[in-house]
Design a protein around this ligand. Structure first.
Ligand code: 5AD
Ligand code: SF4
Length: 349
């Protein structure tokens, strides 16, 4: 059996087989990977793309990840925090545009204690009871995660970044441990969140074996969501001179993950759209089924500088949504107004 058929039927490969598929130079094999991944996504989701309203509500961060423009050592960032009222206004605008999931994303910001976060979460749930809340606010204690869950948060995104501890140590200051990150992900899952993990493709010091390690780790975790995107250097970080990740390799990873996890929610990420003008479309055609347009107010959005050239998708949420909508229509896909929860099995018609 060829590798693509094997992956599509067994949802797992041996380490050396994953590596062969990732690096294949056989055009037929490569094309089969993409066409199978696309078919599996269509079979599971009917050319329907879930949209999530991204609200980047604070760019303050106490962490110092070497790759990220929001790291605390970066003195060139103009820092901001949105108030609860501003966040609710973003949600209201998003709701009227058809969003039924709000992703609250921020750096690890001490200001947003459990009390402050729970207050924001309950307010969103009160005004928008039919919406899901996804949090993406980094490492916290299990007790804290439990409180956020009890306040009404449904999902949590926390990329593991790399499943190799040596690689992890080369991307972060010495005190940061991969094991801490993995413990957080386990806690989140045990508490009952729909959990998202993921990694950057083409991060400095990456070797293909690390990507294979990421696949195997994800197989163990069985996440509901998987966020991956190319590494893109940011000018005020220690990695400013590093090469960006490649479009092709990112798409291959998306396709492999789609075949491993037919039901997973896999976004075509902003980093992908930043790397290539048609990155989102390429992501969808490689098996992604989620897009996260930005609802952050324009003035602040430009300050959420994770990496250089981060696309701001032409200003207003309305126009960024129109752009995404027309890109999708061009390839025969459509956005859906739906919470888009993770269901491990294909729902009955
Ligand atoms: N390039 C691409 N992705 C990045 N992230 C942070 N910095 C970069 C960068 N320079 C991603 C990380 C993090 C998420 C918030 O953004 O994977 O988890
Ligand atoms: Fe902070 Fe996240 Fe950036 Fe690390 S990746 S510096 S935790 S915002």
């Amino acid at each position: 059996m060829d590798l693509v058929t094997k992956l599509a039927t067994e949802h797992i490969l041996k380490e050396d087989e994953f590596k062969t598929l990732l690096l294949t130079e056989k055009v037929a094999e490569r094309n089969k990977l993409f066409s199978y991944a696309q078919q599996v996504a269509i079979f599971n989701f009917n050319k329907q793309i879930y949209i999530r309203g991204l609200i980047e509500f604070t760019n303050h961060c106490q962490k110092d990840c070497f790759y990220c423009g929001l790291r605390c050592s970066n003195k060139y960032v103009s820092r901001y925090r949105l108030t609860k009222e501003q966040i609710l206004t973003c949600c209201k605008r998003g709701y009227n545009l058809g969003f039924r999931t709000f992703v609250l994303q921020g750096g690890e910001d001490h200001y947003f204690t459990d009390d402050v976060m729970c207050d924001i979460i309950s307010a969103i749930k009160m005004y928008f009871p039919d919406c899901a809340i996804t949090l993406s606010i980094g490492e916290r204690t299990r007790r804290s995660y439990q409180r956020l869950y009890d306040a009404g948060a449904d999902r949590y995104l926390l990329r593991h970044e790399t499943a190799d501890s040596l690689h992890y140590s080369r991307l972060h200051p010495p005190s940061y441990k991969l094991s801490t990150r993995l413990d957080c992900l386990r806690d989140l899952k045990e508490i009952g969140f729909q959990v998202g993990a993921g990694f950057m493709v083409g991060a400095p010091y990456e070797v293909p074996e690390y990507l294979v390690g990421d696949f195997l780790y994800l197989k163990e975790l069985e996440p509901a969501m998987i966020g991956i995107g190319p590494f893109i250097p940011q000018q005020d970080t220690p990695f400013r001179h590093q090469e960006p990740g490649s479009l092709e390799m990112t798409l291959r990873c998306i396709a492999i993950l789609r075949l491993m996890f037919p039901r997973a929610l896999i976004p075509a990420t902003t980093a992908l759209a930043t790397l290539h003008p048609n990155g989102r479309v390429h992501g969808i055609l490689s098996g992604a089924n989620v897009i996260m347009p930005n609802l952050t107010p324009e003035d602040e959005r430009d300050k959420y500088t994770l990496y250089d050239g981060k696309t701001t998708a032409s200003g207003e949420a309305v126009s960024s949504l129109r752009l995404v909508n027309s890109q999708l229509r061009n390839i025969g896909y459509e956005m859906v107004v739906d919470r888009g929860d993770y269901t491990p099995e294909l729902p009955e018609e």
